[in-house]
Design a protein around this ligand. Structure first.
Ligand code: G
Ligand code: G
Ligand code: MN
Ligand code: NA
Length: 249
């Protein structure tokens, strides 16, 4: 398809940009880091959402060079952030390749970002195969000192099985669980269970899609560590993110 051909050229034509969305401590509301989120400015079709082009990049294998580019660019940007962490999304295809460990090592070495400040977000879906290869690659990444977050927690089939098999550093509760918190007792019960799970396994918890103060106070009361969402900031340019961090100091 034409879009695939365009995607092949998107990096060279500098049509891809990375935005950063703040992640905050629920206790202090201070920024703890940011998630890198990719955008594609298509010359004729305008802005194309990652929900559209990431699956395309995965089907075609283009996710490998694109993912390596995101990692290195984002690490360079985050190098100047002091203690703040950088979260980068990685696809199933990427963590299935042994060369991914080298890709991460290179991004860290070239940017000078300490491994402890890099967090890789992996979806449950990516873990579905649960192959020995993937688990081996994740182990090697953790040995580098890089942290691992399970993204979209609660939406897949294998959340608990995956947590049993592999040590994650963070659980990101999918925003579908946060959306109805204020009105839905069931949503609160589910959230409470996930936070208890995180606490029992000594895994940090992050709530995605936090849009109002009511949700934040509930998360704080329930002991969720970290929050992310429009309440604290939309995905924004590196410069805007730096400015927001600067305003809190
Ligand atoms: O930014 P947002 O709104 O629209 O992102 C949609 C989805 O695209 C997110 O769930 C995220 O997992 C995925 N995504 C965004 N940036 C990247 C990226 O750099 N790599 C991968 N693999 N997925 C990404
Ligand atoms: O990696 P992941 O699928 O979690 O990507 C996060 C996605 O959620 C991005 O597309 C981002 O733009 C979106 N997002 C971030 N904060 C909010 C929010 O507060 N509300 C909604 N509806 N979407 C959000
Ligand atoms: Mn994510
Ligand atoms: Na998510």
């Amino acid at each position: 398809r034409a879009l695939v051909a365009d995607l092949r050229n998107a990096m060279a034509r500098q049509e891809l940009t990375i935005l950063f969305q703040p992640q905050v401590s629920t206790a202090t509301r201070r920024i703890t880091g940011a998630e890198a989120l990719l955008r594609w400015h298509h010359p004729t079709r305008g802005l194309i959402s990652p929900d559209v082009f990431i699956p395309l990049a995965e089907e075609t294998g283009l996710i490998v060079p694109i993912g390596a580019w995101v990692l290195e660019q984002a690490c360079h940007v985050a190098r100047g952030w002091g203690e703040l962490h950088l979260a980068v999304n990685v696809s199933a295809q990427q963590v299935r390749q042994a060369s991914f460990v080298t890709t991460v090592e290179q991004a860290l070495a070239r940017s000078g970002l300490p491994p402890q400040r890099l967090e890789l977000e992996i979806t449950e879906a990516a873990m579905l195969a649960n192959s020995a290869e993937t688990l081996g690659i994740l182990s090697r990444l953790r040995s580098l000192g890089v942290r691992l977050a399970m993204d979209d927690f609660g939406t897949g089939y294998s959340s608990l099985a995956t947590l049993q098999r592999f040590r994650f550093d963070k659980i990101k509760v999918d925003r579908s669980f946060i959306r109805h918190l204020s009105r839905d007792a069931k949503a609160v019960a589910l959230l409470r269970a996930v936070i208890a799970l995180g606490s029992a396994l000594d895994v940090t918890t992050n709530a995605e899609g936090v849009e109002d103060e009511g949700q934040l106070s509930l998360l704080r009361a329930e002991g969720c560590d970290e929050a992310q969402g429009y309440l604290f900031g939309r995905p924004m340019s590196a410069a805007e993110f730096q400015a927001q961090v600067g305003r809190q100091d």
